[in-house]
Design a protein around this ligand. Structure first.
Ligand SMILES: [Zn+2]
Length: 295
């Protein structure tokens, strides 16, 4: 009898251990699989005015739909076209919260058009920014596993035309489908898979104390080496800029420029899927905290 009780107890413990937290659905393997697709030669560098950028947009929207995300309020599609009709659209979706605030996690999915000469003509943009885009896709998967509805809606936005001068994010901020003053926080991910293993840079924290707190708290579970406020000039150079201009508390997560930055050699085999996965986990946990805590 004692033996049976022991066996039952043992089985119980084991099965409890196997129950994963939503954050555990964000894995390096999934990140790598997404980057492999987005940065493949077939995607031709995802230039924002290309058919391949539309294929990427479609892939993002389909993945989010499969994770149970829905279009933003008053939108019947996850595609948010910009004025330039040659351009692939912004893509946005959310996990609906119980309240009327929003927490945004964003990343641009476009990169550069192929160059005219050279043996390798394709700017694959594996780190820039297939890595951030992959994070958005895998974060949606984790969102779908949440047991309780957060208070603020958690919105994922994949921007078009970042490389052409923040075209997609400017358009979104200008014609925002959600009230800008209702955005509690924005976390932008652009290049999150190169450099030193386990090290990510965080910009914008001093002006966003609530986000900074949420990131610190999240990092007790993730264990990244976070270097803060080393490159404040970066705040102007990616998609958080138009939102900062409009007073939205925003931070930027990125790695340092590397030898393959904006070169045709920004290839998938050079990325650190583990770093991108941890940065995605950090953003996911911080977003949940921001969506539930005191704004
Ligand atoms: Zn970028």
């Amino acid at each position: 009898m004692r033996n049976i009780i022991f066996v039952l107890f043992f089985l119980c413990c084991c099965s409890t251990k196997q129950i994963s937290q939503p954050v555990d659905y964000i894995t390096p393997a999934k990140i790598l699989s997404e980057v492999t697709f987005l940065a493949s030669d077939a995607m031709q560098g995802r230039y924002y005015r290309s058919n391949e950028a539309r294929i990427a947009a479609n892939h993002i929207a389909e993945s989010w739909k499969n994770s149970g995300l829905v279009p933003l309020p008053n939108q019947n599609s996850m595609y948010l076209p910009i004025e330039d009709l040659r351009a692939a659209p912004n893509v946005a979706a959310m996990l609906q919260g119980t309240g009327s605030d929003f927490v945004l996690i964003t990343a641009h999915y476009d990169h550069l058009k192929p160059r005219k000469s050279g043996t390798d003509k394709i700017y694959n943009g594996a780190d820039d920014n297939a890595s951030g885009t992959a994070a958005l896709i895998v974060i949606a998967d984790a969102l779908s596993k949440l047991q309780t509805t957060p208070e603020a809606s958690i919105v994922l936005v994949a921007f078009t035309g970042e490389e052409a001068g923040l075209v997609g994010s400017e358009h979104f901020a200008n014609t925002s489908p959600i009230p800008v003053h209702r955005i509690r926080a924005l976390l932008n991910l652009d290049m999150i898979s190169r450099g030193e293993r386990n090290t990510i840079f965080l910009e914008g924290a001093p002006d966003a104390p609530r986000i900074s707190l949420a990131i610190n708290k999240a990092n007790t579970k993730v264990g990244l080496h976070i270097i803060k406020n080393k490159h404040p000039e970066w705040l102007q150079r990616s998609d958080q800029a138009p939102f900062l201009e409009r007073g939205v508390p925003s931070v930027f997560l990125s790695v340092e420029d590397h030898e393959d930055y904006h070169r045709v050699t920004d290839h998938t085999d050079k990325i650190l899927p583990d770093l991108a996965a941890k940065t995605a986990q950090l953003s996911f946990l911080a977003a949940i905290d921001l969506a539930n805590g005191v704004p």
